[in-house]
Ligand binder design. Structure first.
Ligand code: AMP
Ligand code: ZN
Length: 117
């Protein structure tokens, strides 16, 4: 499993940094965002380090699909499914990516606007 010692999410996955984990399986994990931007703000991350969507290849298709599936499952469990929720992946500087370990934001519990800022 590829891990980066200086990557905060890899450190969390290795149990070296604390986090409020809400879901874990063999390939992905989910945690509470430390600076929530909505009443529900979860991050769904692959265990294998990928910087962003810019680095994915065909071999990552299964885990990418699983990330979305887990996001959907967590949205149901958190009861944000009926009202609607947002799933966001920031990729690179202009999109505002601050942690270079691919992650899905799952946001819900309030109204979101479009286009995003
Ligand atoms: P992004 O800006 O899309 O790269 O999102 C990174 C997210 O990770 C931000 O929403 C941060 O609040 C969140 N974050 C950073 N460090 C931690 C941490 N140690 N535990 C949980 N969430 C974190
Ligand atoms: Zn990482």
């Amino acid at each position: 499993m590829e891990t980066l010692t200086d990557c905060i999410f890899c450190q969390i996955l290795a149990g070296k940094k604390p986090a409020r984990m809400v879901y874990q399986d063999e390939t992905v994990a989910a945690l509470e965002d430390i600076r929530p931007q909505a009443p529900v703000h979860l991050l769904v991350i692959p265990r294998r380090h990928l910087n962003s969507l810019r680095e994915v290849s065909e071999e990552d298709e299964a885990v990418l699909g699983h990330l979305l599936s887990v996001a959907s499952q967590l949205a149901r469990e958190r009861k944000i499914e009926a009202q609607g929720y947002r799933v966001v992946i920031n990729n690179g500087n202009w999109a505002g990516q601050t942690v270079d370990h691919l992650h899905l934001h799952v946001l819900g519990g309030r109204v979101f606007h479009w286009p995003p800022g």
